[in-house]
Design a protein around this ligand. Structure first.
Ligand SMILES: Cc1cc2nc3c(=O)[nH]c(=O)nc-3n(C[C@H](O)[C@H](O)[C@H](O)COP(=O)(O)OP(=O)(O)OC[C@H]3O[C@@H](n4cnc5c(N)ncnc54)[C@H](O)[C@@H]3O)c2cc1C
Ligand code: FES
Length: 283
């Protein structure tokens, strides 16, 4: 069992939890993720390791409540436990001295971007971040990102914080006026697609962290397959980071919709029998 030692709400439906996980905390590197299962009959879901603190043997995850399992996770509190936590999984980010790098983050992707930008800064890069959300309250990890980056630009759809517009508006200006050596983009799949399309025309290497549906997280089921440069890759063992200019985003977007009806039904049944479900997991 893995104990939750801290929990906070970061934005509407976005929560942060710190979990005591001594071995994962010791080994985790930027870009890696865990697969967790809350209770015996629960689904296994992948979540990125947003931070770690080996001194308190903890890892931090930040998640958005989108369906049954993330809603159930959001109901857990400090002192509650999670049954299984497997990790660190996936390949770590390639942290090198590139010179000037940009991190583009959207929504919960900002938390996933944070450890990567921190490591890039520690490696001596000049780090620029461009982070955005629907409105001010959705721009999470703002202080943490500002602290480690040389420049931070914020955009919101409604203009309630930073500049009104999309992260790609600012990115385009930076690409026009600055010499950029590498870009990381993490956020909704559509955002990563648009960023990759844009940076391709400027020929700037762009890394994206993909989020296909995963089951085992260890290369056994093939559920997380993606098409990269015409080759089939398994995101859990070959990724999660790939060259954004080679990813077939349209196929990924289609595959992400494969179980929409089942997911809706699962959430409906969960909401109708919530007490029962939570009681069975507490047993
Ligand atoms: C490597 C990786 C890292 C991720 N990191 C984060 C993170 O740090 N924070 C965060 O909020 N989300 C992250 N996700 C997405 C997260 O796993 C899904 O939101 C979660 O599984 C949804 O489960 P659910 O039961 O709540 O929702 P459901 O109703 O089951 O599904 C809602 C949507 O979530 C996606 N999804 C569903 N099941 C899975 C699954 N088993 N694996 C992947 N995606 C699924 C699908 O797009 C689906 O349409 C990550 C995904 C991957 C692959
Ligand atoms: S999740 Fe099963 S192969 Fe990647």
């Amino acid at each position: 069992m893995f104990k939750i030692i801290e929990k906070k709400a970061l934005a509407p439906k976005v929560k942060l939890i710190k979990i005591k996980a001594p071995l994962i905390s010791k080994k985790a590197l930027p870009g890696q993720f865990v697969v967790l299962r809350i209770y015996e009959k629960g689904e296994r879901i992948p979540l990125t390791i947003a931070d770690k603190d080996p001194s308190e043997e903890s890892i931090t995850i930040v998640f958005q409540e989108v369906g049954k399992t993330t809603k159930l996770l959001g109901k857990l509190d400090t002192g509650d436990s999670i049954l299984d936590l497997v990790g660190p999984l996936g390949n770590p980010s390639e942290i090198e001295k590139y010179n000037v790098v940009i991190g583009v983050g959207g929504g919960v992707g900002i938390a996933a971007l944070y450890p990567i930008l921190k490591a890039l800064k520690e490696k001596g890069n000049y780090v620029i971040s461009v982070i955005g959300g629907r409105s001010a309250e959705y721009v999470i990890f703002r202080e943490e990102i500002e602290k480690i980056c040389d420049e931070t630009y914020i955009t919101t759809d409604d203009g309630s914080l930073g500049r009104k517009g999309l992260v790609t508006d600012v990115l385009k200006e930076l690409l026009e006026t600055r010499n950029i050596n590498r870009i990381w983009a993490i956020g909704p799949t559509i955002m990563m697609k648009v960023v990759s399309d844009l940076t391709k025309s400027y020929n700037v290497p762009t890394i994206v962290s993909l989020n296909p549906i995963m089951v085992d997280g260890t290369g056994m089921c093939g559920g997380c397959r993606v098409n990269v440069g015409g080759k089939i890759k398994f995101t859990c063992i070959d990724g999660p980071e790939f060259d954004g200019h080679l990813v077939d985003f349209d196929e990924l977007l289609l595959r992400l919709k494969s179980y929409r009806e089942e997911e809706k039904l699962s959430l409906k049944l969960f909401e109708e029998s919530e007490g029962e479900e939570i009681a069975s997991f507490e047993e």
